[in-house]
Design a protein around this ligand. Structure first.
Ligand SMILES: Cc1cc2nc3c(=O)[nH]c(=O)nc-3n(C[C@H](O)[C@H](O)[C@H](O)COP(=O)(O)OP(=O)(O)OC[C@H]3O[C@@H](n4cnc5c(N)ncnc54)[C@H](O)[C@@H]3O)c2cc1C
Ligand SMILES: *[C@@H]1O[C@H](CO)[C@@H](O)[C@H](O)[C@H]1NC(C)=O
Ligand SMILES: *[C@@H]1O[C@H](CO)[C@@H](O)[C@H](O)[C@H]1NC(C)=O
Ligand SMILES: *[C@@H]1O[C@H](CO)[C@@H](O)[C@H](O)[C@H]1NC(C)=O
Ligand SMILES: *[C@@H]1O[C@H](CO)[C@@H](O)[C@H](O)[C@H]1NC(C)=O
Ligand SMILES: *[C@@H]1O[C@H](CO)[C@@H](O)[C@H](O)[C@H]1NC(C)=O
Ligand SMILES: *[C@@H]1O[C@H](CO)[C@@H](O)[C@H](O)[C@H]1NC(C)=O
Ligand SMILES: *[C@@H]1O[C@H](CO)[C@@H](O)[C@H](O)[C@H]1NC(C)=O
Length: 519
């Protein structure tokens, strides 16, 4: 009892006396911003536009409720100097900053705090230019761009160039590249973060650095080590990659009666060993499995490949559509029903605020048995509000050594599972309970020690940092960090200690500095 009380007191003190600066320093912070950044770029809570700017890229209504701790202000920089000024003002006055690019964090950590804390948000939405260098096959893209805008800029410049990244066009480049970037080109070319060749960031001292300035350890960490931990990345130089003038796509659904269990069971070994040019993901929802594929080639060659590699699916030329790679990105790979969607949908940054989501992830290295797939399908009888998406690894992504970039889920991984439940509005107790129970059930079928997880499918249930002496502890970070980064977590924590030893850039799940404390 006394122990509990002491812990509660310690928690109270660490929350309120250390990390929350006095009101005076909040005022000083705002005055400091006012001196260095044009007033129309700074939205205080008292500004009439504050709420509009705050929700502008909030994706999920459950993070826009009374339980959420909101920022003191939102800064919307239009050049690097504004970002540097915000960091210097924050450091001087003990006010932390959270950075937001596309706002798609699954826990909303780019704009809300779970714990009581005074913080500002640097929202990069106004820094979103993209410049393609066709002769070099590279581009510089600012963090505030969406991946839809990036796909559009590249594909319109040259329909045979592309960049590997995720499916949802409103994802922000800043958060997405910071955590990896899993998508339909990764079996051929790897993650987004595997194809970054330079970057510009503002570090915890407010300095603007490129790759040469930050050094190779710091540059390693920002390519997949998770957003927020290592500074504010303003822009990324990326290597563009070749795609053919047209690609072939299909989506085929199989119900239980049509053999879904057998076909998914077989897919687990086929999907990760197909030629690199062919990526076939699976969505399981209700009593149905949907197989969605993109092939860097023609329909006739795809039909032949499928007949040879995966006859169980009975794919025919009638299932196949040929289009430019850019057109295929506009489909978002959820259904072919929206075929012919104009490419301009990629430029729509609005995503609506009506559906809440909770997500989780797992990795599979040993195929799940047919009997277990029967059980998994029976979970989807219990409720229709959930789905899982299976994304095959293997190919190039599996061949990259597991310490080359922070993403460690490489050799031997068959696929990643993304779990999602949706519900209208903000209150979703029932679907969330279903998800948690289902995730517990799945534990026996997926990787263990650690149970691997993907940082971009952020999940606070797997752990949150404890803060001691105003610094997140390495031990508390290991609990969730080794699940996201495995053997790379320690190196990330060493880099953090070099570049941000006082843990200025932090949230509930940022890499803590590995400090060698004197006792
Ligand atoms: C609908 C949906 C679909 C998705 N599909 C995919 C997918 O296909 N593949 C995949 O890999 N992932 C996918 N994700 C996950 C997605 O990659 C992550 O949520 C990603 O972090 C979003 O980036 P953001 O910039 O939009 O998010 P934000 O919420 O802005 O940021 C996410 C995190 O990164 C930090 N951060 C943001 N910008 C910067 C910056 N410039 N510098 C440093 N840190 C920064 C934030 O502080 C926060 O901690 C999906 C998510 C959603 C909601
Ligand atoms: C906050 O709570 C009050 C009552 O408790 C409720 O009326 C209001 O709608 C809530 N606001 C949001 C944004 O959820
Ligand atoms: C593209 O890169 C090349 C080689 O670095 C450079 O000479 C050229 O000026 C760049 N072009 C553009 C449009 O930036
Ligand atoms: C593609 O980008 C280059 C600059 O690298 C530019 O010169 C060229 O005009 C662009 N082409 C198209 C079709 O936009
Ligand atoms: C695939 O086709 C074969 C023969 O055409 C048929 O016997 C089989 O049932 C089909 N399988 C599925 C899953 O539709
Ligand atoms: C952009 O997407 C939103 C949400 O899906 C939709 O409501 C809106 O109509 C779209 N805007 C345009 C211009 O297409
Ligand atoms: C299933 O979903 C419905 C709403 O779609 C909800 O009312 C019900 O409680 C859910 N059941 C379970 C077991 O989660
Ligand atoms: C890479 O894989 C090897 C062999 O499985 C393992 O021993 C090592 O710890 C892994 N490294 C990382 C960074 O996860």
């Amino acid at each position: 009892m006394a122990m509990l009380r002491r812990l509660a007191l310690a928690f109270f003190l660490s929350c309120f006396s250390c990390s929350v600066p006095s009101l005076a320093s909040s005022d000083d912070f705002l005055q400091c911003l006012a001196k260095k950044i044009p007033s129309e770029l700074v939205y205080k809570q008292s500004s009439s536009d504050f709420t509009d700017v705050l929700v502008s890229s909030i994706r999920f209504p459950n993070f826009f409720t009374n339980t959420t701790v909101r920022p003191l202000c939102i800064v919307t920089p239009t050049d690097a100097g504004h970002v540097q000024a915000a960091v210097l003002c924050g450091r001087r006055n003990g006010v932390r900053l959270r950075v937001r690019s596309g706002g798609h964090d699954y826990e909303g950590l780019s704009y809300r705090s779970v714990r009581p804390e005074v913080f500002g948000v640097v929202d990069l939405a106004k820094l979103r230019s993209i410049s393609v260098n066709e002769s070099e096959s590279t581009a510089w893209v600012n963090s505030g761009a969406t991946i839809g805008e990036l796909y559009y800029a590249i594909g319109k410049n040259n329909s045979e160039l592309a960049f590997p990244a995720g499916e949802c066009p409103t994802l922000g480049v800043g958060g997405h590249f910071s955590g990896g970037g899993v998508g339909m080109l990764m079996r051929k070319y790897g993650l987004s973060s595997d194809n970054v060749v330079d970057a510009k960031l503002v570090n915890a001292k407010g300095e603007l650095l490129d790759r040469a300035g930050m050094g190779e350890d710091h540059f390693w960490a920002i390519r997949g080590g998770g957003g927020q931990s290592f500074g504010i990345v303003l822009s990324w130089k990326i290597q563009l990659l070749h795609v053919p003038p047209t690609v072939a796509v299909f989506s085929i659904s199989k119900t239980l009666d049509q053999g879904a269990v057998d076909i998914v069971t077989r897919w687990q070994v086929v999907g990760p060993s197909l030629p690199d040019d062919l990526t076939m993901r699976v969505k399981v929802q209700g009593q149905e499995a949907m197989f969605l594929a993109v092939y860097l080639g023609t329909c006739s060659s795809l039909v032949a490949t499928m007949g040879r590699e995966f006859p169980e699916l009975n794919m025919t030329s009638a299932d196949c559509r040929s289009m430019t790679y850019l057109e295929s990105t506009a489909l978002s790979f959820t259904t072919l029903a929206n075929i012919g969607t104009p490419e301009e949908v990629l430029l729509n940054r609005t995503s609506g605020l009506d559906i809440s989501v909770e997500g989780k992830s797992d990795y599979v290295r040993r195929p799940i048995s047919r009997a277990a797939w029967n059980d998994i399908f029976s979970w989807f009888k219990k409720n229709g509000s959930g789905l899982i998406m299976l994304e095959p690894h293997g190919g190039f992504i599996g061949s990259v050594p597991n310490a080359t970039t922070p993403y460690p889920h490489r050799d031997g991984v068959l696929y990643v599972i993304q779990y999602l439940v949706f519900w209208p509005g903000a209150n979703g107790a029932a679907p969330q309970t279903w998800l948690h129970d289902f995730y517990d059930f799945m534990g026996q079928h997926v990787t263990a020690d650690p149970r691997e997880a993907y940082v971009n499918f952020r999940d606070l249930d797997i752990g949150q940092n404890a803060v001691v002496d105003d610094v997140s502890t390495f031990e508390s970070g290991q609990v969730w960090g080794e699940r996201y980064f495995m053997g790379n977590f320690r190196r990330l924590a060493e880099v953090k200690a070099q570049v941000d030893p006082t843990d200025y850039f932090r949230n509930e799940q940022t890499t803590p500095p590995l400090l060698h404390r004197r006792n």
